[in-house]
Design a protein around this ligand. Structure first.
Ligand code: NOJ
Length: 760
């Protein structure tokens, strides 16, 4: 029987391979034929990605004369435009008026949803649920492909350990293991099992590479990092996306080993193509070819040649390729083979997407009318948003709220539509999002008496307000004085049983070019909270944030804190679902919350140092601070529930292991509280002695478990030497025999631990 199954499996693999080979041969023949007709200019034209202006402008340059350039065959791809009508018009020019009728590929920053907006990626990551994450990407792809698009500039998988960096909001936090799972889930959601349904699009993993390690958290800043750190901590999520078959990669703005990523041959060719076997197309970031001039790599011709030589295929917006490659070819600075290879990869992407067969296949007016922001998609956004909320504090079980009595609903984000979607929601309409006040009314009907008061401006700092209002009003000033607003909120609190303060950042206080050196709540809101605390009423904070904030005072003084990040189109409904207990929060943070900015960068998988601090108190000549403990405010993996979970001691199936044996580590998890709920059980491993220094612990597994009140379950993890591997000084990925400490727990700090010995 076994034999028959094996033969059948082998035959199936053989057939799949054969089929792939035949499809490839057909594609090659098509592209060879097409390229044999293309002039040099037309080939270089394919390498040109333009943005005609509008919502997606993220640099100082936009493309000029786009229609004319398309006619001339000078444009391969376009982004920044959506909608069947607009895209059809542009595609018409390419396929009807250009000499070879080559279709355009249409991309966009579809980051956390297209028209239906899901939580910002950092929020999404806190659900630790790969099915939900994949589903959000699938819905985004389905909407985007009805709306004219075939390419999403997502997932962004940059590991970030510095919350000053605004773009921490766009990724999955600080951990490479979780980040890799999410990278895979996103690619799967966008690309599906192929593009045959017309509802999937090409993903683009970004920003390759190490962009999240910008010095001082300042966007676009220098990155300098050892190879071991890169391989161990920063590269795995990009690699996971490549292994999942991502169709494209975007190079990053930063330098790596002194050479900007966009012109870095080691990165784009040796690592990406040769070591990892990536076969798709590599696109630059917005004018990142040109920006190599400012980095000090030469003039536009020099940096464009550098980028092509490094392995870059497509030039986003800067037109360095378009305007200089011909000259560089004539001068022998680039080769025809390199131009052909880049052109071929772009044509291959178009072919695989089916654009040659039908240039209009991603324009679907009917589907657009039915699907965009449909009730079904909104329901998914509501559900997924609720799963992304993290309960940071819940003293005296003040949450969930009762659906009765009087609530004072206060704060600049309590009745606000403009900030619900968060950063990078380029196709989302803030006016179609649900504010918190409406959500509470929707969920409680007339059962709760709500007294609303704005209480404070988002910020009273006019220069900050100006900086965050670049894409529309995010921080607006009320006509009243701060004192009047606070007075109104305090009066509302006086009449209420509980105060719900909806506070935090404006959506554009995080995201691209939105770094902050101060991670406190804006002062206007701190003043409001101080006044509310004085009323003595239970104070629930609903916190909007694109990054970990420094909220030690708020943690000490509020009764409860629910972190909702930026929840998306269904913000208010999802928040109300959780506040009133229709859904029990289960999110766990994926980026450490510091106590103050001075602790940054702060992350759980740090090294021990030669002088580690034992405990919290300051000790002279230890690695610590005079003025703040080393520990964070909330550790990685932290998040509470309305119910309580208890962990039994850790059970290990063996104490001594050898070679490829499997260790089973388990705990009994009990829901010892009053509510049904989910818990993310986390597995960490420490390798205390190795040939290179290792982190104090690393996440190696997790499971999200649902338990009814009183229910218990044994949760087991299988551990093999694969999970013990690391990069040694020779960058060899292997494990070393010795002692290992296995930890299972509710977050990276609160764990049950046990030791094993593992010999080779
Ligand atoms: C610059 C950003 O870094 C990148 O993430 C984005 O995809 C492009 N602009 C296009 O908007």
């Amino acid at each position: 029987m076994k034999k028959i199954i094996c033969v059948a499996l082998l035959y199936a693999v053989f057939c799949t391979n054969l089929h792939a080979q035949q499809a490839n041969a057909k594609m090659n023949a098509y592209i060879n034929n097409l390229m044999s007709k293309m002039t040099l200019e037309e080939k270089i034209g394919q390498l040109n990605l333009v943005v005609p202006g509008g919502g997606s402008v993220t640099g100082s340059v936009v493309s000029q004369g786009v229609d004319d350039n398309i006619r001339k065959g000078n444009v391969g791809g376009l982004f920044g435009i959506t909608g069947p009508d607009k895209i059809r018009k542009i595609q018409d020019i390419a396929v009807k008026n250009s000499r070879l009728h080559i279709p355009i590929i249409f991309g966009l920053d579809v980051i956390h949803g297209h028209r239906t907006i899901f939580p910002i990626p950092l929020g999404l990551s806190t659900c630790w649920d790969m099915n939900l994450i994949e589903r959000s990407a699938r819905i985004a792809a389905s909407e985007a492909t009805a709306d004219g698009l075939s390419w999403a500039f997502s997932p962004m998988v940059d590991i970030a350990r510095d919350p000053r960096w605004g773009r921490i909001s766009e990724g999955s936090g600080e951990d490479q293991f979780l980040g890799s799972q999410i990278a895979k889930a996103m690619v799967k959601g966008y690309q599906g099992a192929g593009y045959s349904s017309g509802k999937n699009l090409m993903a683009c993993v970004k920003h390759f590479a190490l962009y999240g390690a910008a010095e001082a958290g300042r966007d676009y800043n220098t990155v300098d990092m050892s190879r071991i750190k890169m391989y161990e901590y920063y590269l795995p999520p990009y690699k996971a996306a490549v292994d999942a078959g991502v169709g494209s990669v975007m190079s990053s703005f930063n330098e790596i080993d002194g050479v900007p990523a966009t012109g870095n041959k080691w990165l784009l060719t040796d690592l990406l193509r040769k070591q990892w076997g990536f076969k798709g197309l590599v696109v630059s970031d917005y004018t990142s070819v040109n920006e190599m001039t400012a980095h000090g790599m030469g003039d536009l011709q020099a940096v464009s040649a550098l980028a092509l030589n490094a392995g870059l295929d497509m030039d986003m917006v800067g037109e360095g390729f378009l305007t200089t490659l011909k000259k560089s070819l004539q001068q022998g600075k680039v080769t025809q083979k390199q131009i052909d290879a880049a052109c071929r990869r772009i044509l291959e992407a178009k072919y695989q997407l089916g654009l040659f067969e039908d240039p209009y296949r991603y324009i679907n007016e009917d589907r657009a009318a039915k699907e965009l922001l449909s009730a079904e998609n909104r329901a998914a956004a509501r559900e997924i948003a609720a799963h992304s909320f993290v309960l940071l504090k819940n003293a005296g079980q003040v949450l969930p709220l009762k659906k009765s009595g009087t609530i004072a609903l206060v704060g600049p984000l309590a009745n606000n539509k403009n900030n619900m979607l968060g950063t990078w929601a380029v196709s989302g309409d803030p006016q179609l999002s649900v504010p918190v006040l409406d959500g509470i009314k929707n969920v409680t009907g007339n059962a709760v008496n709500i007294i609303y008061a704005k209480g404070a401006n988002l910020t009273d700092d006019s220069s900050m307000a100006k900086n965050v209002n670049v894409f529309g009003p995010r921080a607006e000033f009320d006509g009243r004085s701060p004192e009047e607003m606070i007075k109104e909120a305090v009066e509302a609190a006086g009449k209420a049983d509980v105060v719900v303060a909806v506070v935090g950042e404006a959506s554009e206080m995080s995201g691209e070019a939105a770094s902050r050196s101060n991670l406190d709540l804006p002062e206007s809101q701190q003043n409001l909270l101080k006044a509310l605390v004085k009323t003595g009423k239970p104070l629930v904070l609903v916190l909007f944030n694109g990054r970990p904030l420094t909220i030690s005072w708020e943690d000490a003084n509020a009764s409860a804190i629910l972190d909702v990040w930026f929840p998306g189109s269904e913000a208010g409904n999802a928040i109300a679902d959780v506040l009133f207990g229709n859904y029990n929060p289960a999110g766990k943070i994926t980026a450490t919350f510091p106590r103050n900015v001075g602790q940054v960068p702060i992350y759980y998988n740090h090294k021990n140092t030669g002088r580690p601090l034992e405990g919290e108190a300051f000790q002279k000549f230890r690695s610590d601070y005079l003025d703040v403990p080393n520990s964070p405010l909330y550790p990685f993996g932290y998040g509470l529930s309305y119910t309580a979970f208890s962990y039994s001691d850790l059970k290990l199936s063996k104490q001594n292991l050898k070679g490829n044996e499997t260790l089973t580590a388990s705990v009994t998890l009990t829901n010892s509280g009053q509510y049904a709920g989910q818990e993310v059980v986390q597995l960490y491993i420490t390798d205390p002695v190795a040939s290179v220094t290792r982190a104090v612990k690393d996440l190696k597994g997790f499971q999200k478990i649902m338990l009814q009140p009183g229910e218990s379950k044994e949760v087991s993890f299988s551990i093999t030497p694969e999970q013990l591997k690391f990069y040694n000084s020779n960058l060899k990925y292997d494990w070393e025999a010795g002692e290992f400490i296995v930890h299972i727990g509710t977050n990276s700090r609160d764990v049950k631990s046990g030791k094993v010995n593992w010999s080779k």
